[in-house]
Write a protein that binds this ligand. Structure first.
Ligand SMILES: [Zn+2]
Length: 127
């Protein structure tokens, strides 16, 4: 390598110029101050950017909208379990109440799915 101070040639592994004593390795081995860009903050709401109308529509079917919205848990249970439980409740209570309760629950879920699709909190606990 060549000395940056006096221009004389030095061995490649020399730490200092043999002629003027200029420090040679400093510039060559100085760690590059590359700033690693910090990752964007993780979105608290996985539903962001999803279609609220589609979420509401899917939630009419046993809360399938929560699957679409990307939630892993609904009311503290895994989303898929919630969907299955809702399906069972729909069938059992639906038969007993001629579908009235089922309809009400479906509408409640649809409204909640719509709210969450809009980026709001809604009223059903989801993660
Ligand atoms: Zn030198």
């Amino acid at each position: 390598m060549y000395c940056t101070n006096c221009g004389s040639q030095n061995p490649d592994d020399a730490a200092y110029c043999f002629k003027c004593g200029n420090k040679l390795m400093a510039s060559a081995t100085a760690p590059s101050q590359v700033q690693t860009p910090s990752p964007p903050p993780a979105s608290q709401n996985p539903a962001q950017g999803k279609s609220a109308v589609l979420a509401a529509f899917l939630n009419l079917f046993f809360g399938l909208g929560y699957v679409y919205l990307g939630y892993s848990k609904v009311l503290g249970v895994p989303t898929i379990v919630f969907v299955v439980l809702t399906l069972v409740v729909y069938i059992l209570i639906g038969v007993a109440t001629l579908g009235i309760v089922t309809l009400i629950v479906a509408i409640l879920l649809a409204v909640d799915g719509y709210e969450k699709g809009k980026g709001k909190k809604g009223y059903i606990s989801t993660q």
